[in-house]
Design a protein around this ligand. Sequence first.
Ligand code: FAD
Length: 459
Amino acid sequence: MNEYEVIVIGAGTAGLGISALLARRGYRVALIEKEPRVGGRASTFTYRGYCVDVGLHALASCSSSGIEALLKDVGAEMDLVPIRPSLMHFDLNTRRYHRATSQEALGEDVYKAFKELVQVVTNMPQEQIDSLHDISSTQWLMGRIGRRELLGFFKKITGFAGQPLDAISAGAFLETLKDAFMSEVTISYPSKGGIKGFSEALAHSFIKRGGTLITELCCQRVKIDNNTVRGISGKKIHPGLAADVEIEAPIVVCTNPVYQLPSLVDSSFINAQTLSKIKSITQDRYWYTGIIAGVEASLFQPFGENQFFQFAVDRLGEDRHLLVTVPSYADPALAPPGRHLVFADDHGPIPLGDDAEACNRLDWVMDMTEEALPGFRNHIDWIMRVRYNDILFTPRTGATGPQYRIGSSVIGVRGLYLAGDACYLSGSGIGSAIKSAWECLREIERDNLLNKSQAGDRK
Ligand SMILES: Cc1cc2nc3c(=O)[nH]c(=O)nc-3n(C[C@H](O)[C@H](O)[C@H](O)COP(=O)(O)OP(=O)(O)OC[C@H]3O[C@@H](n4cnc5c(N)ncnc54)[C@H](O)[C@@H]3O)c2cc1C
C-alpha cells in the first residue's frame, strides 16, 4: 500500500485548500512545496521589524466565494477583521474621501444605474452567469445597463488588476460582482500575521488531520505509466544539498502555475484541447508596479478620523489611479509602535520585462503618493520599489467559464488533476484559487479512483 493516496504539488492557497479538504475527508495526503514556507503568492515576510505581505492583499467576499465555507469545513481557526468601509476614493481635486459607491461619488444618474445593476446581478442565476463567458464585460454592461461611466468605475474598484473591461469575460465579471454584492462583508483581512495568517490557518488544519507537509521539495516530473499516475519525482533543495526524491501515489493534483504543466508531464499525455486552454489562459503575463514603505504614523495625523485600510486616489478626468493600502490599520502589530505599513500601487498592467515603463510608473507612484499624503518622503523609514508579476491571469473573454475550465476530464491521464487560480479564473485571485480547490474536490470524489465509501471514510 502506498504511504500516500494523494500528492498535492504547491502549498499556495489552492494547494493548501484542496489538501485540507482531502485530509478532512480521510485521504492520506502529501503536500509538497518548493519554497521553505507555505502560502505561495499569498504570503508574508518580515523586514526591519515589519510584517510585509507579498503585495496588497485582502480576502474578497468571504461568505459567498467559498472562503468561509472552506475555513468552516476544515475547522481552520482564524479571526478576520471586516474592512468597513471597504471601497473609498480620495479625490485629489477636492481632497475629500467618498464611498466609491455613494451617490456623492457617482452622481445621481450613474448611482441609479449602479443600483439597477446590483438588483440585476443579485438575482441572476448561476446558469445564466455561466452562459456569459463568450462576451466581454463592456458588451454586457452596455447592452444591459447602458451607462459608459460604469466602465471606468469598475476598472477602479474590482479585481482584474486594472485590466480594461473590454478584455474581461462578462461571466467572470458578473460572478465576482455577485459574490461581492451577496457577501456580508466585501473585504476582510486576517487579524494576526498578515495574509500568511490565512495560509497558515489552512496549513495547521491540514497537519492537525494527519496531512504531511514537505517543504523545499521541487517537483520535476509527474510519473505516468499506462496513462495512469504513479507519483512524482523531484529535488529536495536546501543550502548545500540537492537530493533526488521519488514519492508514489495514485492521485496527483498540480497547483503550481498551469504554464509549467508541459514541463512536469510528457506533452504526449496532454491532449491538444488542454494545451490550447492553458495557452489561452496564460498568454498574457504582466508586471505591476508599486511601492511598499514603513512610515512614521504622524504622517497620517492631518487626516484625523479618516483612517482607511484601503482607498483609491483619483484626479477628475484622469484614467490612471493609485491604490493605497494601510494594512496596519487592520492589525497594528504589522508595524512597530508609532509606525504604519503603506502599500501604494499603480493599478495598471505593463508588458512583462518593460523596464523603462516600470521605472516611469514607479516615479509616478512616488509623486502621486506624495500628493495624496503630503510629507510622505520625509516620513519614510524604508521603502521598496516593487515589480509584481502573475497577480492574476487575465480572465479574458472566451477563456473562462465551465466550458473553458481545465478539469481532470480533459487531461486524459487517470489520477491527474489541476487546481489553482488560473483553473477557475474570476476577478478575485484568492476566491478563484479556493473555488478551484472545491471544484477539484468534486472531481476527485466523482471519479472515486480509490473506491472510497465517501461518508464512511470521513474523519
Ligand atoms: C502582488 C499581489 C497582490 C495580490 N492581491 C490580491 C488580493 O488582494 N486579493 C486576492 O484575492 N488575490 C490577490 N492576489 C492573487 C492571489 O495571491 C493569487 O490568486 C492566489 O494566491 C493564487 O494561489 P494559487 O494557489 O493558485 O497559486 P500560488 O500562490 O502561486 O501557489 C503555487 C505554489 O506552487 C509552488 N510551486 C511552484 N512550482 C512548484 C514545483 N515544481 N514543485 C513544488 N511547488 C511548486 C509555489 O512555490 C507556490 O507556493 C495578489 C497576487 C499578487 C502577486
